[in-house]
Design a protein around this ligand. Sequence first.
Ligand code: NAP
Length: 424
Amino acid sequence: MPSYKVAIVGAGPAGYFAAQALQNLQSDSLTFTIDMIERLPTPWGLVRSGVAPDHPKIKTVSKVFEKIATAGNFRLFGNVELGTDISIEQLKDLYDAVVIATGSNVGKKLGIPGEDLPGSISAADFVPWYNAHPDFHGVDIALDCDTAIVIGAGNVAMDVARMLALEPAELEPTDTADHALAAFQKSAIRKVVISARRGPENAAFTSPELRELPKLEHTNVIISKTDIEAAQDRVGTDIEKDVKSNLDAMALISQQIETTHERTLVFQFLSTPLEIKGNTRVEEVIFNRTGTEETFSIKCGLVITAIGYEATSIPGIPYANGKVVNDLGKVEENMYVVGWAKRGPSGVIGTNKSDAAEVMKLLVSNLNSPKDNGDITTLLSSKVHISQEKWEAINAAEVAAGEPLGKPRRKAVTREELLGLGGV
Ligand code: NAP
């Protein structure tokens, strides 16, 4: 019975769903051994370092990942980086197929003057900072000012704005990184402006995220009724279901009675950022009222851009437009790509399931005779790696540390701490 070796690079949702698809494609006449390679000592990708800490339900998909990891013929090789510890050529040599599932982690730039001033950062740095990603704990976030502007109208912008505008006590029972929780407790930010270059009808938010905003107990959420009515006029009655649902959710918020909470989250539409100004740090953002000649300015000390992501290039893999060059997931003979590295930063976690399943069917249809020449273990003689067993030790230690604090887990932050919890 042919048994094929598949290496999946990247332990995020797309990588796990690719593994699951391969497991589901197994039969009496076809089996796989799956080696998942991950540069961090921890798996789960954006479920650990992207999903907002106040959205614990979204993170329950990690249970599915753990089931895949323990279903047999699956090994985790955490703390192993493709391009540094091993090369794509080595993997291609050893495995019948290599699946790239490395996502996209670099924040897109606005390309406007002042974007590199201190106080202007990307969500690609802020989000992993509050989620205890080991590479981001030292990021300096200017929380010593009254007003922050978040640029972008997608769910990442919404997460970022909500995290800045929440009463920090609401984050105490979450797995927010200790350093971030401490910084939020000291934060002077009381007004967060979430700024979209187009109108409410074109916003990329999804309606469940909008509908949870009125439930924030300590934050005024403000959307102008005039903005929503103008958007409703522009779109008329023949509109897509998602757009209608979003506009309905925003209309509900716009009808809310303003409270006396000291924290405010304000939505601003039809505002194109032209320039970020300041002497030694961010002091204001100049906007153009989209579609007009009008400009206006908002004073602020922190700007966070959440306008999409691009993939980081790994040597030996072809990239264009921030993605791996591919045809329906096939990169070249025996190399495939799934998830955001394949299609760009779009869709929710579940989108990766059907996407990976299609690509894995293609992979299986192109398999040749199985290789019989070793695997990644022959390349890792001196490199400490995190196996599934060691990851389970890290996971259990974090969950145990969180328990007395009423948190789902208390995340370790540095690589050293994580490796220590894994017993290496
Ligand atoms: P996104 O949904 O593509 O939104 C990007 C936003 O940035 C859009 O509003 C876009 O506006 C704006 N933008 C792009 N270039 C810009 C520029 N130069 N100037 C001003 N604005 C600009 O991306 P995302 O928010 O990064 O989210 C990525 C994916 O993850 C999405 O599919 C999202 O739904 C998903 N996600 C889901 C959740 C959740 O389910 N809770 C949480 C986080 C992320 P235009 O439309 O005008 O281009």
